[in-house]
Design a protein around this ligand. Structure first.
Ligand code: NAP
Ligand code: HSE
Length: 439
C-alpha cells in the first residue's frame, strides 16, 4: 500500500459517526488497497467529550470545536454527521470555502441551504457528496447522478423514512402501540434526535426536496410541499388497508403532474397496492421508484436508516472524495440543473388528481350520512364507497370510512375542511390518497 494518507475529520460521533469510524477501521486494508492510500480518521468533534462511546478510539482526537476541524489544513475530507442546520451549516461552509470535500448525511441542511452549500463547493473547488442523506444504505443518489444520467425523469416515488416504515409495518403486523414502537425505533438508532422530524413527515420531505433537485434541477422550498406524517394513522385505517389489498406507506411523490410538465411534491400517508413493489417494502427498509424516459421504471430497495446502512453510504462517499482530491471539474458533483433546461414550474393543487380515502368519526344518528355526502358533493367530490363499522351498544359515535372517485387535491382538501366544521363530525377527519401509479 502507498504511504499516502487521506485524513478524515468526523464532525459527529453518534449513531452514524461511530458506524463510519468502525467500518473504516474494519475495512482499512481493503479500502487502502483499492485506493492506493490509507484512510485515517484523525480528528473527531462531539458535544460532550466525557460520553462513553461504543468503539475504542484514541481520545486525543476528540474536540468540541467542530469548526476547528473544518478549517484545519491537515484535514482532507470532512464528514458532517452532527445533524441540525446551524452549526452544521457553519462547519460545511467553512470546510468548502477551504477547498475541502464535504461528505454529509444531513438532508435537513441540504433542503434548507442546498443552493448555498453547492455554490460554496463550486467556489472553493471542492465537492459535496451526500449519498447518506436520502434512503440510508441505498445508493440512489449515485443511481440518479450516474447510472441514469441519460434519462429525463417524469416521477420518483419513495418510501424514504425508515422510522415511519418500521412503525407502520409493526402496527400492521402486530397491532402494537405507536408510542412503544417509536421508542424501539429510537433505541435501534433509526429515528432523528428530534423524532417529530420522522413521524411528522418532515424528514421525508427534506429527502424529497433533495431528490427533486437532482432529478429536476430546482430547489423547491419546503413551504411549497404538502406534508403529513403518520401520527393520525389508526388501526381502523390499517384494517381497511389489509382487507382491501393495500399497505399504508408514508410516500413521497415527486411527479411531473399529469403531463402538464409542472412539478408536484408531496409527502402523505398513502394506500399503496400490495401488488406494487413499494406496497411490500416493510420494516426499516426504504424503496425508491424512478421513471426515466430512456430506461423506464427502476426500483431500489434497501435499509433506509441505522448505523451500518448509513455508514455504508457515507463510506462510499469518503472513497469517492479521496479519489477526487485535487480534481476540480469532474465526478463528484454533476450539476443537474441543465437537465431541466429551465426553472420548472410547480403544479397547483387543482391540477393534482387522485382517488382518496377519508375516515370520519360521526355522531351515530339519522341523517348524518346524507349530510356528509352533501358536503362532499358541494366540493364536487364523488363517493365511490362508504363503510360504517357496526357500532357497539350504547356508543354515541361511529367510524365512517369512505373512498372517492378521482378528484382534485384542492377539492378534497376543501371538502375535508368543511367536514371538520360540521357539528356532527367528531374531531379531525383523516384522509390519504389511494395510489394508482401501479395501474
Ligand atoms: P446522533 O446519534 O444524535 O449523533 C450526533 C453527533 O453529533 C453526536 O456525536 C453529537 O455529540 C455530535 N454533535 C451534535 N452537535 C454538535 C456540535 N454542535 N458540535 C460538535 N458535535 C456535535 O445523530 P445520528 O443519528 O448519528 O445522525 C447524524 C446525521 O446523520 C443527521 O444529519 C441525521 O439526519 C443523519 N442520518 C442519520 C441516519 C440514522 O439512521 N441515524 C441515517 C441517515 C442520515 P455527542 O455525541 O457528544 O452528543
Ligand atoms: N431518521 C431517518 C429515518 C434516518 O428513519 O429514515 C435516515 O435518514
Amino acid at each position: 500500500m502507498s504511504d499516502q494518507v487521506i485524513r478524515i475529520g468526523l464532525c459527529g460521533f453518534g449513531v452514524v459517526g461511530q458506524g463510519v469510524f468502525n467500518h473504516l477501521k474494519r475495512r482499512k486494508e481493503a479500502l487502502g488497497e483499492q485506493l492506493g492510500a490509507r484512510l485515517e480518521v484523525t480528528r473527531i468533534a462531539v458535544r460532550d467529550t466525557s460520553k462513553s462511546r461504543d468503539f475504542e478510539f484514541d481520545p486525543s482526537v476528540l474536540t468540541t470545536d467542530a469548526l476547528s476541524i473544518a478549517s484545519d489544513p491537515e484535514i482532507d475530507v470532512l464528514c458532517e454527521l452532527m445533524g441540525g442546520t446551524d452549526k452544521a451549516l457553519a462547519v460545511t461552509l467553512t470546510a468548502l470555502k477551504a477547498g475541502k470535500t464535504v461528505v454529509t448525511a444531513n438532508k435537513a441542511l441540504l433542503c434548507d441551504h442546498g443552493a448555498e452549500v453547492f455554490d460554496a463547493a463550486r467556489e472553493g473547488g471542492g465537492h459535496v457528496l451526500f449519498e447518506a442523506s436520502v434512503a440510508g444504505g441505498i445508493p440512489v443518489i449515485k443511481a440518479i447522478k450516474e447510472g441514469l444520467v441519460v434519462n429525463r425523469f417524469s416521477s420518483i416515488y419513495g418510501i424514504l423514512n425508515g422510522t415511519c416504515n418500521y412503525i407502520l409495518t409493526r402496527m400492521t403486523n402486530e397491532g402494537g402501540s405507536y408510542q412503544d414502537i417509536l421508542r424501539e425505533a429510537k433505541e435501534l438508532g433509526y429515528a432523528e434526535a428530534d423524532e417529530s422530524l420522522d413521524v411528522d413527515g418532515i424528514d421525508t420531505a427534506h429527502k424529497a426536496v433533495v431528490l427533486a433537485y437532482l432529478a429536476f434541477g430546482r430547489w423547491v422550498p419546503y413551504s411549497d410541499l404538502l406534508v403529513e406524517g403518520i401520527a393520525a394513522v389508526t388501526q381502523d385505517d390499517i384494517s381497511y388497508a389489509r382487507e382491501n389489498g393495500y399497505a399504508i406507506k408514508l410516500l413521497a411523490v415527486i411527479d411531473l403532474a399529469h403531463a402538464s410538465g409542472k412539478l408536484y411534491i408531496s409527502v402523505l400517508p398513502t394506500l399503496v397496492s400490495k401488488r406494487y413493489a413499494l406496497g411490500s417494502v416493510d420494516g426499516v427498509f426504504n424503496a425508491v421508484s424512478i421513471h426515466g424516459d430512456v430506461v423506464g421504471e427502476t426500483v431500489y430497495i434497501g435499509p433506509g436508516a441505522g448505523r451500518d446502512a448509513t455508514a455504508s453510504a457515507v463510506i462510499a462517499d469518503v472513497v469517492d472524495a479521496a479519489k477526487l482530491i485535487g480534481k476540480k471539474d469532474c465526478g463528484g458533483f454533476i450539476d443537474p440543473a441543465p437537465k431541466g433546461g429551465h426553472l420548472i414550474e410547480l403544479a397547483e393543487p387543482e391540477e393534482i388528481m387522485s382517488r382518496y380515502y377519508v375516515r370520519l368519526q360521526v355522531l351515530d344518528e339519522p341523517g348524518v350520512m346524507a349530510e356528509v355526502a352533501s358536503l362532499l358533493a358541494e366540493h364536487q367530490v364523488s363517493l365511490a364507497s362508504v363503510t360504517q363499522k357496526e357500532v357497539a351498544e350504547g356508543a354515541k359515535d361511529a367510524s365512517l370510512i369512505m373512498t372517492t372517485h378521482f378528484t382534485s387535491e384542492r377539492a378534497l382538501l376543501e371538502a375535508v375542511k368543511s367536514l371538520e366544521k360540521c357539528d356532527r363530525v367528531q374531531g379531525k377527519p383523516f384522509s390519504m390518497p389511494i395510489s394508482t401509479f401501479e395501474d
